[in-house]
Write a protein that binds this ligand. Sequence first.
Ligand code: BTN
Length: 246
Amino acid sequence: MPELLRTPPLIATPLVTHVVGSRVIVYETITSTNDRALRLGGDGTVIVAEMQTAGRGRHGRAWHSKPGMGLYFSVAFDRPTEGLAFAAPLAVHDALASVVDTKIKWPNDVLIDGKKICGVLVEARQGRTVVGIGINVHHRVEDFPDDLRARATSIEAATGVHIDRGELLRDVLTQLDERVVAIRDGNIEQVFNEWAESCGVVGRRLRCASCEGTVQFIAADGALVIQSADGLKRVMLGEIVELEGR
Ligand code: BTN
């Protein structure tokens, strides 16, 4: 059983939300908050960890979870909830709006000055959906492994601003709750449109997976529809690389 955190609570003031944060459980060390949330469930339960020993990212990659430096948390939803992959990066973007202007990189990375500060991993199992969010808050360049230093940064490294992790967590959860309520009220299109607009890829030339061409539109499931030399292609997974021209 992972160890519960005994130090003062991360979130100092109560959350005012409808779904997200029905319960907040903070662990000292855990394998992965996504694993715990998938196992435990409870609609809106938030699992936070000071440190993950097996944090994971998309495409089977590891997510480095240095203690005290970042925010590593997951929210469980007991029924299949569409649109979390759109809602989560928007929540992070909006929660940081008063501090710094972030960009969403399709599909759901959050960047400052072209470097990643946040990743999102949505997983589903047996009717339960979990959204896991990792945010680099206080990391210094040397806190990242060599191979990530050119591509990753933290809020503090990029802006010089030391923000309180608990306050940021509360703000992200509040923003996420707003979108989850909108989605459950049947307004997924509004969340999708906001996300698609923020990605800023329509009309851009890029390479993704083995496909190269100009993005025509983003389909309702989040896939890029790309005009390539071989015709229209749908790309659902992969890392995009922007190319010159349109
Ligand atoms: C990515 O960009 O590849 C997604 C990274 C997601 C990392 C978070 S940290 C909290 C949660 N628990 C995990 O094991 N992964 C997610």
